[in-house]
Design a protein around this ligand. Sequence first.
Ligand SMILES: *Cc1c(COP(=O)(O)O)cnc(C)c1O
Length: 494
Amino acid sequence: MNNTYYHKLIFELSHKGRVGYSLPKNKYDKQYALSVPDGQARQKEAQLPEADELTVVRHYTNMSNNNFGVDTGFYPLGSCTMKYNPKLNEELSQLSGFNAHPSAPDFAVQGCLKLYDDTQRILSEVCGMKQFTLNPYAGAHGELTGLMVIRAYHEKRGDLARTKILVPDSAHGTNPASAAVCGLQVVQVKSLDNGTVDVEDLKTKLSPEVAGMMMTNPNTLGIFEQKIPEIAKLVHDCGGLMYYDGANLNPMLGVCRPGDMGFDVMHINLHKTFSTPHGGGGPGSGPVGVRSGLEELLPNPKVEVDASGAAHRAIGASALGAVTPVYGNFGVIIRALCYLLSLGRENIALAGKLSVLNANYIKERLKDYYKLPIDGLCKHEFVFDGLREEYGGDHHDASHVTTLDVAKRLLDYGFHAPTIYFPLLFHEALMIEPTETESKETIDAFIETMKTIAIEARDNREMVRTAPHSTPVKRLDDVKAVRSAQFTYDTLEK
Ligand SMILES: *Cc1c(COP(=O)(O)O)cnc(C)c1O
């Protein structure tokens, strides 16, 4: 974007014979040379790009400048909690003492083992749980681990009939997917018009075959599920356990705790609420917490600290097997502990409350321009259902401006798009999560831009429908990109 000549004039950067390195001549005799087994040696030269070092440096630097991240701009991607990740956490996670071998003996890695235990304890306190394992690699991996705990709990009691799991229709797609991977049958529970779980529908689905229920709170619409005590009682009375999808824990921090609401098993996403850079696939961490009585089932290896204060690797006899080779993504765990300690007990509740204030502020300032299907107080995020009719959002008009158009136009103004077309409950879903780390100026600029786009959609529809206009690539055909992927440009149709 910033270097147009680079994109327009120079595309093929390779020049035959141009190199960016020099190696000393092999000074050893032929006899020492590595011999490649017959049939495995390359028959012709590798077809690699040939370029000088400076050209390579510019190529990668310019590519990285085309990347959008929390460090470059506002990133209101609903359900993802793209908050700022303090640089202090990065620096501390790279201290050389943490660069330990996963199979090092306990005495050599006391600091690492204690850090694991400290993090586990603080998370247990924040969530009202007895114990956490930090081993799972991501939210979905945590869900699978937590559901395995639920299955093991029923199996240990000899109750083998519990093969069904209740999941609200508003759930994140990973919930039914994890349940299926765990061998459980998913039973969908309906939502009411206000987006929360329909308790009457739930009652018709309870049976001795129910292993448990998965709930997200606030749910994927950003709404606090007010009937949790009633729901938990219904599920417990029928013999099931309550699972809390805590990927959206951010607004709850220090304000209320899943353990106090009646949940038995939960996961959280360190790479959302606890400030680890994410997006583009990792690295993540999805710790799983359980209430008292279930901790024996958490997966191996575990960390135990004895009365003398020494930490040990422990292998529990009734535990699930390992879900990761060792202690998960350790660098992410270090960042989470840094974040927790820098907020401290005094400030942790501020993070969640500010994220709620920011979301409600944006919602109230924009609801005259965008359709708000569920009015009222939201938590850390909320959902619009596209533009209002008077701003070009009328579905009956074939040339109406869609949520996709709005998302693409936002890119022209330097904002990352919100989450679009999720959750599936609305046709034109546009899900906005500002997080607590943005300044009022940034949030106001976003609001003004969203208003500007609404007015453009009313007065200059084609311009919005053909956006983006200022990005290095324009509107891509997502479906074609998936169905007929082309991995190198020289195989593209000319
Ligand atoms: C992000 C998210 C997940 C999945 O987490 P991953 O780390 O991407 O696997 C699950 N549930 C909810 C509600 C989420 O927002």
